[in-house]
Design a protein around this ligand. Structure first.
Ligand code: GLU
Length: 260
């Protein structure tokens, strides 16, 4: 691939795209995603993955019937789930000859100049070493005041730190609709958003899954941050990661939010 076509790509995958109902890992989904991302690295792209799922997977692994409602409970569940997630990412990426590094980030890290610089340098070194950064919020220590709370926003911040070419958010719907397609069968799919206007923001409902955190609102917030920083942003369905190849060939996949 010509050098100019090699891109820096940030992917974000949500809890509901990684787990079955109840929080047990959807191994098929994780493996399919890793296969495509590993292949993109083989093609010469630089890939970073922002992953959710720590709390959801921890909930499933601990055998709890639902996500804990208290903060310490969710934080403890996250520590268990994060291990399981990294174990699997490491295993699957290793299977394809790739190395991964884990970064657990808080909002404070992004807001403190020195830590931000450290983070920038760590990302740069990981890419130099040919390793794939895998990022989550540091849920175990993130308290209310310093929490992003959703990995959509975190993924946009990461995309800014590494000056990504594209931010690609994988979720349960194939992009943005003018109303919630689950409630309204005639909801219209939006292929392209040139400007995230109030009308566009109003398209987003509050839909959330039992294990996930964000909804379309946080994805639009992420798209706003990233596009304002010159990064094309996509919201696509996580069910078939092979669609990412089409996206990189410029075919229409999900919703594209054009960079400013
Ligand atoms: N950091 C949370 C977790 O790993 C996910 C936040 C989100 O769902 O966006 O469980």
């Amino acid at each position: 691939m010509a050098e100019q076509n090699k891109q820096k790509l940030v992917f974000k995958v949500g809890t509901s795209s990684l787990t079955h109902e109840g929080g047990r890992i959807n191994l098929d989904r994780v493996e399919k995603l890793v296969t495509v991302l590993a292949d993109l690295c083989n093609m010469g792209h630089k890939v970073a993955l922002v992953t959710s799922g720590a709390i959801g997977v921890g909930t499933g692994k601990l055998g709890l019937s639902q996500k804990p409602s208290d903060v310490p409970g969710r934080q403890a569940a996250a520590t268990v789930g994060q291990c399981e997630l990294m174990f699997l990412y490491d295993k699957f990426f290793t299977q394809f000859g790739h190395k991964v590094g884990q970064l657990l980030i808080t909002k404070e890290d992004m807001e403190d100049e020195k830590r931000y610089l450290n983070l920038t340098n760590t990302f740069a070194k990981l890419f130099d070493f040919g390793a794939i950064p895998i990022i989550n919020e540091n849920d175990a220590v993130a308290t209310e005041e310093i929490v992003y709370g959703d990995n959509d926003t975190l993924s946009a911040m990461v995309a800014c730190v590494i000056k990504a070419d594209k931010l690609i958010i994988l979720t349960e719907t194939d992009g943005l609709y003018d109303s919630n397609p689950q409630d309204n069968p005639s909801a219209k799919h939006i292929d392209l958003v040139a400007n995230i206007t109030q009308e566009v923001l109003d398209f987003a409902g509050d839909s959330k899954t039992s294990m996930g955190t964000g909804g379309m609102k946080t994805k639009l917030r992420a798209a706003t941050i990233a596009t304002n920083n010159g990064i094309d942003t996509y919201i696509i369905a996580g069910q078939d990661p092979k669609k990412i190849y089409d996206l990189l060939e410029g075919k229409q996949v999900g919703t594209l939010f054009l960079k400013k």
